[in-house]
Design a protein around this ligand. Sequence first.
Ligand SMILES: Nc1ncnc2c1ncn2[C@@H]1O[C@H](COP(=O)(O)OP(=O)(O)OP(=O)(O)O)[C@@H](O)[C@H]1O
Length: 249
Amino acid sequence: MDQNHPPLLYLDGVSVSFDGFKAINNLSLIVQHGELQAIIGPNGAGKTTMMDIVTGKTRPDEGEVFFTGDIDLTRLDEAAIAELGIGRKFQKPTVFESHTVWDNLELALKKPRGVFSAWFYNSSKEDEERLEEILATIRLTVRRDELAANLSHGQKQWLEIGMLLAQDPKLLLVDEPVAGMTDAETVETARLLKEIAASRSVIVVEHDMSFIRDLAARVTVLAEGSVLAQGSLDHVSADPRVIESYLGR
Ligand SMILES: Nc1ncnc2c1ncn2[C@@H]1O[C@H](COP(=O)(O)OP(=O)(O)OP(=O)(O)O)[C@@H](O)[C@H]1O
């Protein structure tokens, strides 16, 4: 790692086994500041486990995981890692159904990012402007007063992404966001994530290839717990090993 210009996220030689099975095997991965990166790969490739390692849910047996160059994530717990500005969106949307879109965002803004945040919070003009901005980003401005329960599945996913944005993460990990979305929502989600990545780094795990194409991001192909190929979607799609282990199946 270039110590003068460290990447936002740096994994090197990371391995983790479950009952003797190497779910992550000597994985090295870099995410730059302001980068949108797509991670693809067959079921069981270790995509979820990789995110579990970054967010502190799973401890690696071996290897280095550094954030902003000098912060060793393997020594921190989940709350401390969230507090550093690493947000994670799980596959299923978890919004407060009986609250409005606006209230969901406001609750996320008030929620401390981790246990070390200030406990006292006063709503300010500045916060309201931020929430308005987030509403526009997640395409829900006109539905701000709607109960979250009345949103479509795709809109719930966007709302949850907005709730993470309210926490102002430096790195956003997004797990299979377009599963179950309509085609139109899927196309819009690619646009939305590209906009978000203009001001922070985003890792997206997905199986939907037309969505990955729309993202126009650098693609990392994981297989059997390590990086099989990396580059543009066209580049990795032409790799015979990628075709054999994933795309050709
Ligand atoms: N806590 C755990 N205990 C035991 N085995 C696990 C655990 N977590 C993951 N695994 C195993 O590790 C391997 C990698 O799983 P992982 O969920 O990371 O893959 P994935 O690439 O996210 O797959 P998918 O595309 O299906 O979500 C799998 O064989 C899985 O069964």
